[in-house]
Design a binder for this molecule. Sequence first.
Ligand SMILES: Cc1cc2nc3c(=O)[nH]c(=O)nc-3n(C[C@H](O)[C@H](O)[C@H](O)COP(=O)(O)OP(=O)(O)OC[C@H]3O[C@@H](n4cnc5c(N)ncnc54)[C@H](O)[C@@H]3O)c2cc1C
Length: 416
Amino acid sequence: MTETHQPGAGLRSRSWPTPPPPRSPPRPTDRAERPVYVIGGGPGGLAVAYALRARGIRAVVLERSDRVGDSWRRHYDRLRLHTTRRLSALPGLPMPRRFGRWVARDDVVRYLEKYAEHHRLEIVTGVEVSRVERAPDGTGWLLHATGGRELTGAAVVVATGFNHTPRIPDWPGRDAYTGEFLHACAYRNAKPFAGRDVLVVGVGNTGAEIAVDLVEGGASRVRLAVRTPPHIVRRSTAGWPAQYSGLLVRRLPAGLVDRLSRAQARVALPDLSAQGLPLPGTGLYSRVKEGAIPVQDVGLIDAVRTGAVEIVAAVEGFEDGAVVLADGERVRPDAVIAATGYVRGLEGLVGGLGVLDDRGRPVVHGARTPDNAPGLYFTGFTTPISGNLRELALDARRIARAVSRSGTGGVSRLPG
Ligand SMILES: Cc1cc2nc3c(=O)[nH]c(=O)nc-3n(C[C@H](O)[C@H](O)[C@H](O)COP(=O)(O)OP(=O)(O)OC[C@H]3O[C@@H](n4cnc5c(N)ncnc54)[C@H](O)[C@@H]3O)c2cc1C
């Protein structure tokens, strides 16, 4: 097996707490000592591995890339968390105050490296799990991984990420389009687009932020193609973060939250109907429940109000070197950036087990395991209004408790 990776070695700072003394994980010798395998070394996987370990359960993280936090390393340069530092930390290690309230991308990566090092997590990098199936002896799970490896775990936690595989709609004419075209996952910064005419497609948080980044980075023209107008919220109002409001209302009925947020939007936000961004017909919390979290304003409102970002109709297809919009307009930008989201990509991994719904999402998450697949856990596949990292942290503890209580397949106990 690939060597165990020591992420972040060499990172030292007085702001980090002292790590606990080293403990040597036992070697699995028989079925009773099979580890819990955690697939994915992002925040979700690392948090679960820590929470399991804190309960004395051996957890091995399998990460396909060569370092932890791979998704965060790939995000665009200007990205900061839109959830607060305090409510974005994983269990067992706060984020240092010097990271500020809205933590920058590089500091998130630094934190994840430090997290793995601090908790001495057992992480194997360069191993991609391609399929999970029941172990032939009926107790536990068999993982098929890179290089023909077969690993048997007492339980498995799937933490491969909500934003797993870039999604590009099946637009007619896209294959024949020869203009510059990229998915938002390949966007780093505005430099390559300075002085150019860019069409951003999709107004989720990513599309909204890339459009603003392009304006600030000197693109000559920025259009934003919108199919469904989003709910937009200010990241914070008079020092009160939107995430706190999300936390307060998350257990209220969706209809009530929809009405409250509509009233608040009318007071706090300018009317952008004339610019093409009216208040959406469906309420904010109802949209969240459908999986569409609101757009946090990091400059879009002003950019649209001043015309720096032009809202245009949704993209319908590509024809003769032009982009065809839903209202019949044809535009010829220098570059098209598709901020059209991601899919979970779980079909290959667990598709044969009957644990996915018709949208390809796990039928359970957190501490619950599917009735037909005990010992198989999922984390990170929901879009909570209270913040994803916060939910990952909570799920980690819930999963560890559930694994511990179930004693699934018998898990080895660490000393101390
Ligand atoms: C642009 C952006 C900004 C965000 N900002 C915030 C924010 O401010 N606050 C917040 O709470 N949330 C935010 N999120 C949402 C969420 O918190 C992050 O996406 C977070 O990284 C999710 O963690 P994860 O561990 O579930 O998935 P990921 O971070 O995506 O980690 C999954 C890991 O699994 C690995 N992997 C995938 N498949 C396999 C496989 N088959 N075998 C082995 N390894 C595999 C990947 O390489 C990756 O390292 C943001 C998301 C995006 C896209």
